[in-house]
Design a protein around this ligand. Structure first.
Ligand SMILES: Cc1ncc(COP(=O)(O)O)c(C=O)c1O
Length: 391
């Protein structure tokens, strides 16, 4: 059995699906590119419903394929698009249900899937943050037609590369499904430079992290321009483009992901325990929806009270050695100088909840023990209180 077959089997075991329906790729964005390109070939420059509270690389494949992203506002309880906020009358060819931070809300996922099917739109699930988890209907079957999973940098597994897409055996349109199965099975492998960049990523990142910023920044740029270093998000990828066509997963990456998938349960249990500790320690002091409880989130989304500055909380936490982050501030993270290339209008009044969440968001790490999560929550609350006192 090849490493790729092993990975397909691991994904099938984690999700209770069939190994034959899984297609591993180098990065999830490449599987997305294949699916959206196939849709564009069949549906022209149609709309794809998605959310702005996301990574630019989740929207690049839509734009690169020649489709039109249309942003629906999110539900503050799920961080995913609110079923009632979608303009179905635009006749979208697809709707993306993104499990932001790994929050899966099965009831709104099923509602969006039903509404999408009624208008003939493909139901696309973005499980990039929760590899191996999918939204299920009341019958236990996955609600999506296609489901994307990422094993890339800072996702659920400690791997740095790899992605996969699951094609539902019931995917509407037999011809579309077999065309996708063909294209996803015959992707080229990375060329020599990229193969080198992948193999040496950890080493290069480690060295770059240890160098002073004034040296590491330009060095990273030079290495990236020479194709010897592979950044998590490339320059072109914040301008509505991808740097290359879709690529297959190398065997050694597939083997590493398959191995890490074997530890998925314990990784998820650790993250869930941290999430529950944050919820308990932060209580009502922050606007975290209750149903985050029991979910193995890739990061814990803490919302600072309106009017306060999350950046100051992040820098205070970082100064105390806490790996706090700012995923999805600004929108289309890490942010774009060309919002028009994403058909995104800054300040769009129809995205009020998205903008409110973005203005208050602090990510807390979930790869910590419950005890450490309680400590971090205490530090975060102190930073919020200090800001309040100074206001
Ligand atoms: C929500 C979301 N979707 C898709 C992707 C793309 O995943 P990959 O890095 O495997 O291409 C990302 C990456 O950060 C993401 O955050």
């Amino acid at each position: 059995m090849t490493a790729v077959d092993d990975l397909r089997r691991g994904l099938a075991e984690a999700t209770g699906t069939d190994a034959a329906d899984w297609y591993p790729v180098l990065k999830a964005r490449y599987a997305m590119l294949e699916v959206f390109t196939a849709l564009a070939e069949r549906r022209g420059r149609s709309a794809v419903v998605t959310q702005a509270l996301t990574c630019a690389t989740a929207v690049d494949p839509i734009v690169e394929a020649g489709l039109r992203p249309v942003y629906a506002d999110i539900d503050p309880g799920t961080y995913a698009i609110r079923p009632g906020a979608v303009a179905w009358e635009d006749g979208p060819s697809a709707a993306v249900i993104q499990h932001t931070f790994g929050v899966i809300d099965e009831s709104s996922s099923a509602e969006i899937a039903d509404a999408a099917r009624r208008v003939g739109a493909l139901v696309v699930e973005d499980s990039a943050h929760c590899a191996g988890r999918m939204a299920r209907g009341t019958d236990g079957a996955p609600v999506a037609d296609v489901s994307f999973h990422s094993f890339g940098i800072e996702k659920q597994l400690p791997t740095k590369f790899g992605g996969a897409v699951w094609l539902s055996p019931d995917l509407p349109g037999r011809e579309l499904r077999s065309a996708l199965a063909d294209s996803l099975s015959s992707l080229p492998q990375p060329g020599a430079r990229l193969a080198f960049a992948i193999k040496t990523y950890r080493l290069q990142r480690g060295v770059l992290n240890r160098l002073p910023r004034q040296i590491s920044r330009p060095l990273e740029r030079v290495l990236t321009a020479a194709g010897l270093f592979e950044p998590a998000v490339a320059r072109a990828e914040v301008e509505g483009r991808l740097t290359r066509g879709a690529l297959a997963i190398p065997d050694h990456v597939a083997a590493e992901v398959a191995d890490a998938l074997g530890r998925l349960e314990s990784i998820e249990a650790g993250r869930t325990a941290a999430v529950d500790a944050y919820l308990e320690a932060l209580g009502d002091a922050i606007g975290a929806p209750e149903h985050l409880a029991g979910q193995p989130l890739v990061r814990f989304p803490m919302l600072v009270p309106a009017g306060l500055d999350p950046e100051s909380v992040i820098s205070q936490l970082q100064a105390q050695g806490v790996y706090a982050g700012r995923w999805y501030r600004p929108v289309l993270f890490p942010g774009t100088d060309t919002p028009e290339s994403y058909a995104y209008t800054p300040g769009d009044p129809s995205l009020a909840t998205t903008h409110d969440v973005v203005a208050r968001l602090v990510n807390l790490p979930t790869t910590v023990s419950p005890e450490r999560a309680r400590q971090i929550a205490g530090l975060a609350l102190k930073a919020v209180a200090a800001q309040r006192a100074a206001a």
